[in-house]
Design a protein around this ligand. Structure first.
Ligand code: PBG
Ligand code: MG
Length: 341
């Protein structure tokens, strides 16, 4: 028989045993501090021209580009399981790309067609659109290039027009992903002037110049265009943390309703600092390279696919994220639903 612990040892081993609460499933569930739910998920999908088309993306196994009709069908599946928001990314026909990316402000471009079609067929799901020029420029940069430099103010004017065109198509959340200075404020003014004061702005506020975007650039076809170029004159240096807080502060002051940290897994510290500092809706993007990384290891049999997916998403919740853009959204939502969550 064990001797009763002396009073001085109460609160320490052996009276205190952390494993007591971990002993059974009911107990682990009872004391879980964070939960992943369907309401946390934003599903990014890629669009391609044509009808009844599903085009695989080599570097993102399991992810396909959908023609608008298929995207509508997918939106229905997403709504059925309660996914709140769909993010639409166009893979633009190279023939429609130009140096200044004018296709971005064509009210009948692929993404606007998709927004209209999804809104008409599945009105209960929210639609998010990126604002940036990279799907439309021959050089693959997010802005206008003058003398080899991505110019800020002229780009912002173009982004304002792009935002309005997308809002006119029915987009609910405008998400500037370009990292130009001052674009959130200008886009807010432009949206309001066009009568879209209810359209939300989700700012990609702390967006890093990351190598984890590689597969996305394949998916939207901007990788070839960008070539050996990079985005370090506008996206953030991965070395920095305080700068992320400054970016978020400025975007909130300019009227952002929600802010994003991107990439996700390697930047959980930034998610936590942003959430603790500003206490505003904080979104995280589990980007294409994170998806590719998890799946590649799972395909080799080196990681348990389902477990790492759920663990990676729960980690975002633990870091303070309110919502997660993830290519796993539909699959995860279905699994959560069938588990009754
Ligand atoms: N500005 C476009 C944009 N919007 C989202 C991503 C990346 C998303 C992902 O990797 O999943 C990018 C790529 C980039 O900035 O080069
Ligand atoms: Mg900024």
């Amino acid at each position: 028989m064990t001797q009763p612990a002396p009073v001085s040892a109460v609160g320490q081993f052996p009276t205190t045993r952390m494993r007591r609460l971990r002993q059974s499933d009911w107990s682990r569930r009872l004391v879980a501090e964070n939960h992943l739910t369907v309401d946390d998920l934003i599903w990014p999908i890629f669009l391609v021209d044509g009808d009844n088309r599903r085009v695989p993306i080599a570097s993102m196994p399991g992810v396909e580009r959908y023609s608008v009709d298929v995207a509508v069908e997918m939106a229905r599946h997403a709504a059925e399981v309660g996914i709140p928001v769909l993010a639409l990314f166009p893979a633009t026909d190279p023939a429609k790309k130009s140096a200044d990316g004018e296709e971005a402000i064509n009210a009948n471009n692929l993404v606007c067609q998709a927004v209209r079609a999804v809104k008409a067929a599945v009105p209960q799901i929210g639609i998010l659109c990126d604002v940036a020029l990279d799907p439309y420029t021959t050089h693959g940069q997010d802005g206008l290039v003058r003398n080899g430099y991505v110019v800020n103010d002229e780009t912002v004017e173009m982004l304002c027009k792009q935002a309005v065109v997308q809002a006119q198509a029915g987009c609910d959340i405008i998400a500037p992903s370009d990292m130009m200075d001052g674009r959130v404020g200008r886009i807010r003014v432009a949206l309001d002037a066009a009568g879209f004061e209810s359209v939300q702005i989700l700012s990609y506020a702390a967006k890093y110049a990351s190598a984890f975007y590689g597969p996305f650039r394949d998916a939207v076809g901007s990788a070839n265009s960008l070539g050996t170029g990079d985005k370090r004159t506008y996206q953030m240096n991965p070395a920095n943390t305080n700068e992320a807080l400054r970016e978020v502060q400025l975007d909130l002051a300019e009227g952002a309703d929600l802010v994003m940290v991107k990439p996700g897994m390697p930047y959980l510290d930034i998610v936590r600092r942003v959430k603790d500092t500003f206490a505003v809706p904080t979104v995280v993007y589990q980007v294409s390279g994170e998806y590719a990384m998890l799946l590649a290891a799972a395909q080799q049999g080196w990681l348990d696919r389902d477990k790492v997916i759920f663990e990676s998403l729960l980690a975002f919740k633990r870091a303070g994220a309110d919502a997660i853009l993830t290519y796993f959204a539909l699959e995860v939502a279905r699994k959560l639903r069938s588990a009754g969550k």
